[in-house]
Ligand binder design. Structure first.
Ligand SMILES: CSCCC(=O)C(=O)COP(=O)(O)O
Ligand SMILES: [Mg+2]
Length: 228
């Protein structure tokens, strides 16, 4: 019996193109100016210090920005990058320049699961702030009240089973009562190694790779697969 659903965002609830063609270009354009303008803000300072810790030496603001841009080129899921991207996207969502993409099946199915007593969570490499921005600015309204919690890279990498063990402990359910949804094999493998149930989203236009996880084309198909 599934008691909780934990969902990925990119490629699962939202199109990969929304991330690569809207969110990432917006961050690339605005992040340098944002970091320069806010370099003395405590939150930005914490992230700059963390970048220095990761690369092993103190960096100037310009060097830190160059490092962030290099990580963006490589789509690295590094916490200070993800935190700063979230702060930059906050402005884009506030101004209306950014609006989240959500597949049409997601909101009704999340609402149905919530109504049937299943607790909903997000686990994404995007920061918790970014996750909340996305679900607050969907074409279907603010969906953040549907969720009981949000997890990001501060819990651990999505490719490590320990991250899912931590999530299960925080949720307070046995791993086998938690369903993890993602489009990424390495994430699904890690979740399964931690004992979670898994379903691989294969969204329209995505090639069906031979992953050894149950597959679904949309959230309604997931519902059919998990009902007792
Ligand atoms: C809040 S998701 C924004 C996209 C992002 O930054 C990202 O890294 C996507 O990660 P996901 O784990 O959702 O595939
Ligand atoms: Mg994904």
């Amino acid at each position: 019996m599934i008691k909780a659903v934990v969902t990925d965002i990119e490629g699962t609830t939202s199109a990969i193109s929304f991330v690569t063609e809207a969110l990432y270009p917006y961050a690339r354009k605005h992040l340098p100016e944002f970091v320069r303008a806010h370099a003395r803000d405590p939150e930005v300072q914490r992230q700059l210090a963390e970048i220095g810790r990761i690369v092993g030496k103190a960096l100037s603001v310009d060097e830190a920005i160059a490092q962030l841009l290099a990580w963006m080129d490589e789509d690295r899921k590094i916490t200070p990058l993800k935190t700063l991207q979230g702060l930059v996207w906050e402005r884009g969502f506030a101004s209306g320049e950014l609006r989240a993409h959500l597949y049409a099946d997601v909101a009704p199915q999340l609402k149905a699961w919530k109504a049937s007593g299943i607790h909903l969570y997000v686990f994404s490499s995007g920061s918790i702030k970014a996750q909340q921005l996305i679900f607050a600015h969907t074409p279907y309204g603010d969906l953040t009240p549907l969720f009981s919690g949000f997890f990001d890279t501060t819990t651990g990498p999505k490719t490590e089973p320990d991250s899912y063990r931590t999530i299960a402990r925080v949720i307070g359910e046995p791993p086998h009562a938690i369903l993890f949804l993602s489009d990424a094999k390495r994430e699904l493998d890690a979740a399964r190694r931690a004992g979670l149930r898994t379903i691989c989203l294969v969204r329209q236009g995505m090639a069906e790779h031979g992953v050894a996880h149950r597959k679904a084309r949309n959230f309604h198909a997931i519902d059919a697969a998990i009902r007792p």
